[in-house]
Each structure stands twice: as C-alpha cells, then as structure tokens.
Design a protein around this ligand. Structure first.
Ligand code: AMP
Length: 213
C-alpha cells in the first residue's frame, strides 16, 4: 500500500510516518529528511539547497523528484509513506508517473488538519536527539531534566534551523500556495481522506488506521 501524509509543517506527518513504519513495516520517504542529510553531509545538492531550506522556501521540483525516483527502486513490498512529498502539482504528477512505471499506484492520501496557531506552538517548541532522532517538545514532552535522551542516553539535542517563526511563516505560505491545491487534486481522484491532526498522537494514529484499513 502506498500513501501520502499531507499537511502543513508541524501537522505531525513525520511522527505518524514513524509509527506506520514500526507497525506495518512500510518505508518512509521524507524529502525533508533526505535534503537535511544532504545538507549536513555537504554534498553538492546539500550546498545548493541549504539557504533555500533555512529561508523556508521550496526546493526545486527537479531536485526532489530525482531524490524520490532514486528511492523508489528499493523494496516496495509493504509500500511507501510519502512524507513532505509531493508539495506541488508538478511533483504530484511526477509521482503518479513514477509509481505507474513501477506497476503500482497510490492507495490513500491522508490530509492532516491542524490550525495555524497550533502549528506555530508546535514547531517553535520542537527539538530532537541529535544521535537517535527521538523527538521532544518543550511543552508536551520536554527534554528530561537529567539532560539525557530517553531512547539512547545522548545529551546532544538539536533544533531544526528552519523551526523559527520567520521561516515557519514562509513555509506556511508555501504550503497554502503550492501544496494545498493537492487536496482538490487527490479528492478528484477519490483517494483523499482527512484526519484531525490536533488530536493526541495515539488518536491520530487510530484515525489513520481506520482510513488505511
Ligand atoms: P520538511 O522536513 O518536510 O518540513 O521539509 C523541510 C524543508 O525541505 C522545506 O521547508 C523545503 O525547503 C524542503 N523540502 C522538503 N520537501 C520538499 C518538497 N517535496 N518540495 C520542495 N521542497 C521540499
């Protein structure tokens, strides 16, 4: 089964994708994660996209489509979760063609709805363990007072360089302008469902499970 988790920054796409990876053995394809790792490893693509990402703008369709195309050659048995991709109509068209060329298609697009105020609160409060990636939130899940990660014990915590209010405003603008047309696009294809992303993580998880069956 191949699915897209669609929603603005901070809607919880990454969190729910990781749960689905654990529960169903699906493969998470996050273009944001791929671009961030290109950035930190200092590849040519990473250098080209660093400033664009920090400003909260979209990286070119050409770059992200190439990243995804490369990953689709991997194991597809349990299916893919597209997280943060597609973000434009051109990317959505390209994904359709890529999947068709592998003899497969999209089964569900799950729109995660969260209002803007909650997004600002969530995004500006989030951090992660720099070693294992465990996520934290200043309000709902603060870094332990002993300063050690709950999962791996590391004391190295990081915040994304684009998780600040200025960049978030640009990212939200990009979402409404470039990405939200995908809601109508997938609705017309009959594969769109919506869940309330403001619910507790476990409740969102069951709403998504209900959609996927
Ligand atoms: P994310 O982790 O999904 O919030 O993505 C972080 C940043 O990476 C975005 O603000 C964009 O600059 C870039 N990015 C990630 N995915 C895409 C995409 N599908 N199209 C264009 N830019 C992207």
């Amino acid at each position: 089964m191949n699915i897209i988790l669609l929603g603005p920054p901070g809607a919880g796409k990454g969190t729910q994708a990781k749960i689905l990876v654990e529960a169903r053995g699906m493969v998470q394809l996050s273009t944001g994660d791929m671009l961030r790792s290109a950035k930190t490893s200092g590849t040519e693509i990473g250098d080209r996209v660093a400033a664009v990402m920090d400003a909260g703008k979209l990286v070119t369709d050409e770059i992200v489509i190439a990243l995804i195309a490369e990953k689709l050659d991997g194991d597809t048995a349990a299916g893919f979760i597209f997280d943060g991709f597609p973000r434009t109509l051109a990317q959505a068209d390209a994904l359709g063609f890529l999947l068709a060329s592998k003899g497969t298609s999209l089964d569900h697009v799950v729109q995660m709805q969260v209002d803007d105020e909650a997004l600002v609160r969530r995004v500006t409060a989030r951090s992660a363990c720099g070693s294992c990636g465990e996520g934290y939130n200043d309000i709902s899940k603060p870094v332990p007072s002993n300063g050690n990660c709950l999962q791996c014990g590391s004391s190295n915590f990081i915040r994304r360089s684009d998780d600040n209010e200025d960049s978030l405003r640009t990212r939200l603008m990009a979402y409404y302008k470039e990405t939200s047309p995908l809601i109508g696009y997938y609705h017309a294809k009959g594969i769109l469902s919506s869940v309330n992303g403001l619910d507790e993580i476990t409740q969102v998880q069951s709403s998504i499970s209900e959609v996927l069956g």
